[in-house]
Design a protein around this ligand. Structure first.
Ligand code: C2E
Ligand code: CA
Ligand code: CA
Ligand code: CA
Length: 275
């Protein structure tokens, strides 16, 4: 038994040590990556499903790590939140996105994701408005996406931040709608401009009767509240057609393309002008 215990000890400890070391390296890599500007904005097309026209892009962060290659946000955003660097990372990404978006056609909008951790910063709205001024970016081209998680915390503060941003023309979307616990009364009491239906409902639209009914209900409800909707995660023609039958909305997803770096967006826009 003693020997077994000893073996277990030897087997177990190095792996815990490795995990810890990996985590520490990840944290150090993220801090280094911020100062070396390795976090880059990628862009996903947003389409008016009625007309098929491109209406804007959602910025999605990527870590172009020299050691690991292109790393997705699900890996680094939670760590950046935990170690307190999400605000700085996000400000740099948004500043870069403003510069990128200024090169696009002037009617195209820019959507950015805001972490609940950032929404706890009482200066968040002021910081964002300052960035808009510094980069001379028109506030009405900007759409910030916040999730329901923000609403559980300090609703009063969130409301006043949303209001001061909207007063300057910034649009506010409620992201991942349907995955959290926001109630109808919350939806009505906070001045959102748009709902984004979570892609888990959209992806199953054709296969599952239940989720078609859910999407149907969400669309009907947002009609009632006069809230425009965006469907995310449109992966194919079948889903697209189902959505088009439900009503007027915007949409995005792999059917239209993967998120791509700024240079590829410019190329795409250049090609569009030739059509
Ligand atoms: P999200 O805001 O819900 O973004 C949509 C995610 O779905 C993106 O993943 C996108 O690449 C992916 N997606 C788009 N179309 C399809 C599709 O047709 N099928 C499927 N299966 N997936 C699709 P990504 O880029 O990995 O981003 C994951 C999440 O990370 C985002 O979810 C967002 O919550 C967060 N995120 C990304 N960038 C930032 C950022 O700059 N700041 C903060 N706070 N969060 C960010
Ligand atoms: Ca989003
Ligand atoms: Ca989403
Ligand atoms: Ca999501």
């Amino acid at each position: 038994a003693k020997k077994q215990g000893k073996n277990r000890f030897y087997w177990f400890e190095p792996s815990m040590e490795n995990e810890l070391r990996f985590r520490n390296e990840l944290e150090a890599g993220i801090r280094r990556g911020i100062s070396r500007d390795e976090f880059r904005p990628y862009y996903e097309q947003q389409i008016d499903l009625d007309t098929g026209k491109l209406v804007g892009f959602e910025m999605l962060a990527r870590w172009e790590s020299p050691e690991m290659g292109v790393v997705g946000p699900d890996i680094f955003i939670p760590i950046a939140e935990e170690i307190g660097v999400i605000g700085e990372m996000s400000e740099r990404l948004i500043a870069q996105a403003f510069e990128d978006a200024k090169e696009w056609d002037a009617e195209l909008t820019l959507s950015v994701n805001i972490s609940p951790v950032q929404m706890r910063d009482p200066w968040f709205a002021q910081k964002l408005l300052k960035l808009l001024v510094q980069h001379n970016f028109p506030p009405d081209r900007l759409d910030i996406e916040i999730t329901e998680t923000c609403l559980h915390e300090n609703v009063g503060m969130v409301r006043s931040m949303i209001t001061s941003l909207r007063n300057q023309g910034v649009h506010i979307s409620l992201d991942d709608f349907g995955t959290g616990y926001s109630s109808l009364s919350q939806l009505r009491s906070l001045p959102f401009d748009r709902l984004k239906i979570d892609r888990t409902f959209i992806a199953e639209l054709k296969e599952e009767e239940q989720s078609a009914k859910l999407v149907d209900a969400i669309v009907a409800m947002s009609d009632g509240l006069k809230l425009p909707v965006t469907a995310e995660g449109i992966e194919n023609e079948v889903v697209l057609e189902a959505l088009q039958r439900l009503g007027k909305m915007k949409g995005q997803g792999y059917h239209y393309g993967r998120p791509e770096p700024a240079a590829e967006v410019l190329q795409r826009l250049g090609q569009q002008d030739l059509l």
